[in-house]
Each structure stands twice: as structure tokens, then as C-alpha cells.
Design a protein around this ligand. Structure first.
Ligand SMILES: [Zn+2]
Ligand SMILES: [Zn+2]
Ligand SMILES: [Zn+2]
Length: 348
């Protein structure tokens, strides 16, 4: 009997079992049930009064984008993108001068911001089906919020993430992304930075620049355009997981040019669209790994990690932090490559 493989992550001290013997086909994961719509959608146009005042709205004015915010009691209408504070925030802004988290402390106030980026006035304009021009607005809104929030003294990290589908934690089905700032850098990011730093010290090169060059030529390659490369990571923890990396070395998303933002929009559209068509709109999460710290600039390479929610993590995973993936990244990439190609063709 051929044995399974155990693979280590590029950056993290994390191992995954690629279970060849329990191998499944990607089509085993095709979503069957259709989610029922909830009642009135608070994120749809016309229901702005059901949400807190927007911290940012994009309005179209004579072919240009005008950026505004809502004032108490007043809500802008006819927006293209709208960013609001989360009604049930995990982190809240400080009312007085915040006390910083000390390294030795085990208790701190959950100081920060928790926002919802409403990606479109159209309820179902999710990135896998969106107009690329709309996704450019969404990415620009990410960058605007990143710029604004990262300037605050109590913000040490900004996480931009998306829950798609109820099984992936989305309580509302309207197209939206979330953003949470934390008063410290979360562990996975800290570990990625440490690994990147030590690689830099030894090799005077960026670890993920190296990974990108290798994976572009590997059986795990999925897609590329002028500015981005997409591949299934060597030690994928999730079935059909894929990562998006900028070709040009950048430690954080704010270094993106306008052209690169457009290329990112296209990349997200075709890759999430490929996943959607391959598995009938499966649930997924994604998260941007981007670091604002100065000491990350040379060694750290920002990226987007996309995790389809197709497997249930049970006792072994939860108690060990080690994972079993029943579909190899090579098989995942082969299927996604075709689906993404078809998606790109459909766009033209
Ligand atoms: Zn809606
Ligand atoms: Zn790099
Ligand atoms: Zn990462």
C-alpha cells in the first residue's frame, strides 16, 4: 500500500498529511443544497438606515469617484461601495487613551475596529461573479481603510477577510468583506514574519519570491497575469486551497500600483469564479496576509490565502494543529487551472 505524504508549510512550522489513500475527487465536493434567502437585507440599497453610519462611501460623480462618509441621522444613497462599523464588533475603538498590550500581560481590552465592506449595491455581486470594474472599487476601499486605520496608535495589525456562504460563517448573504484591527500582530502572521526574517538573514532573499518562482513552474501552478501568480500551496491544509501572490516584491498591499490593483481584481474574479463554477458556489474564507511593520519590508511578501470550506476539522486536527487533506494540491491545481481558464474566456 502506498503511504501518504507529510508536507511542511513554506513559512509555518505546520505539517499536513496529503492522504493519497483516502483521495477524493474535487467533484466529490460539489455543493448540493441551495441556501434559503433571509428576510430583509440590511446591506441592500434603501435599507441604509438599518446600519450604523458609513465610515466611507464611494459615490459616482461625473465619471469620477467621490469619497464621503455618513453623518449621524444622514445616510448617503446611490453608493458603489459602502463601509460600515460592524453592528456586533469583536473589537471596539478606545474611549480614552488606550493602554498598549505589554508582552508579559495576559489581559487587554479588545481595542480596535471591526468593519464591513459592502462590495456592491447588488446583493449577489460576489467576487466570483462580479464585474471586474466593481472589484477594482472594492480593492481601493480595502486600501483606503488600510491607510486610515493603520495610522492609529493602537492598531498593530489589520486583517481583511471574507466569509462566503453560511458554512463559512457568513450570517448575511449580501456580498461583503470584513476588516478587523488588532492591538497586536496575530500569531500566524508573526510566525510568517519570523520565518521570512530568518530566511532573509541566511539567504539575503525573500522566501516567498523564491516560492513564487518555483511554483510558477510546478504542477501546482493555476493562473497568472502581468502582476499576480496563483498556485495551490505545497502543504495545502484545505482541499482546493489556493494563494495569490504579487509578482513584484511588496510587503504590504499599500505598495500596489493602480495597474496592479486592476490585475488583482481580474485575478480574484477569474480564480474565485473558477472555484464557483467547479463546485457550484462552495463556501470559502479568504484572508489577506499583509504586514505594515517596517522590519517586514525587505523580507515579507504579502499574499491572499483562499480556503474553500469543504472538510470538517475533527479531533485530530483540533487537538494537534496538524491536518489531513484528502485532495492533493497537484490534483486541486489541475482542476482549478481548467476552471479558471474557462472563466477568463467567459470574461472576454
Ligand atoms: Zn442585500
Ligand atoms: Zn518577495
Ligand atoms: Zn500567509
Amino acid at each position: 500500500m502506498a503511504s501518504n505524504e507529510v508536507r511542511k508549510d513554506y513559512l509555518l512550522n505546520r505539517w499536513v498529511v496529503i492522504a493519497k489513500e483516502r483521495k477524493k475527487r474535487p467533484t466529490d465536493f460539489v455543493k448540493k443544497s441551495v441556501e434559503k434567502e433571509e428576510g430583509v437585507c440590511p446591506l441592500c440599497p434603501g435599507n441604509e438606515h438599518m446600519t450604523p453610519p458609513a465610515v466611507l462611501v464611494y459615490l459616482s460623480s461625473n465619471g469620477e469617484i467621490r469619497k464621503e462618509s455618513d453623518q449621524n441621522g444622514f445616510r448617503h444613497k446611490d453608493w458603489l461601495v459602502r463601509v460600515i462599523p460592524n453592528l456586533y464588533p469583536a473589537f471596539t475603538p478606545p474611549d480614552e487613551k488606550p493602554v498598549m498590550v505589554k508582552e508579559s500581560s495576559v489581559l487587554a481590552r479588545a481595542v480596535g475596529h471591526h468593519e464591513v465592506i459592502i462590495e456592491s449595491p447588488f446583493h449577489n455581486e460576489h467576487p466570483g461573479a462580479a464585474r471586474v470594474s466593481q472589484l477594482v472599487h472594492v480593492i481601493n476601499a480595502y486600501l483606503d481603510r488600510l491607510t486610515d486605520l493603520s495610522g492609529k496608535s493602537y492598531v498593530k495589525h489589520v486583517t481583511i477577510f471574507r466569509n462566503h456562504g453560511r458554512e463559512a460563517g457568513a450570517s448575511l448573504s449580501h456580498a461583503h468583506t470584513q476588516l478587523i484591527t488588532t492591538p497586536f500582530i496575530p500569531r500566524i502572521l508573526e510566525d510568517e514574519l519570523e520565518a521570512s526574517k530568518s530566511f532573509w538573514t541566511k539567504n539575503h532573499a525573500c522566501l516567498l519570491c523564491n516560492v513564487l518562482a518555483k511554483e510558477r513552474e510546478s504542477p501546482r501552478f493555476i493562473w497568472e497575469n502581468n502582476s499576480f501568480v496563483v498556485f495551490a500551496p505545497w502543504a495545502s491544509v484545505n482541499p482546493l486551497e489556493f494563494w495569490v501572490l504579487p509578482k513584484r516584491h511588496q510587503s504590504n498591499m499599500l505598495a500596489m500600483s493602480g495597474g496592479e490593483a486592476e490585475d488583482l481584481a481580474e485575478t480574484m474574479r477569474v480564480c474565485l469564479g473558477g472555484l464557483r463554477s467547479l463546485l457550484n458556489d462552495p463556501p470559502y474564507n479568504f484572508g489577506f496576509h499583509t504586514l505594515l511593520k517596517k522590519d517586514a519590508r525587505e523580507c515579507y511578501h504579502w499574499h491572499l490565502e483562499v480556503y474553500p470550506r469543504l472538510a470538517v476539522w475533527a479531533g485530530f486536527e483540533k487537538s494537534t494543529g496538524m491536518f489531513i487533506n484528502t485532495i492533493s494540491p497537484e490534483d486541486a491545481a489541475a482542476e482549478l487551472r481548467e476552471a479558471v481558464k474557462a472563466e477568463k474566456k467567459g470574461l472576454q
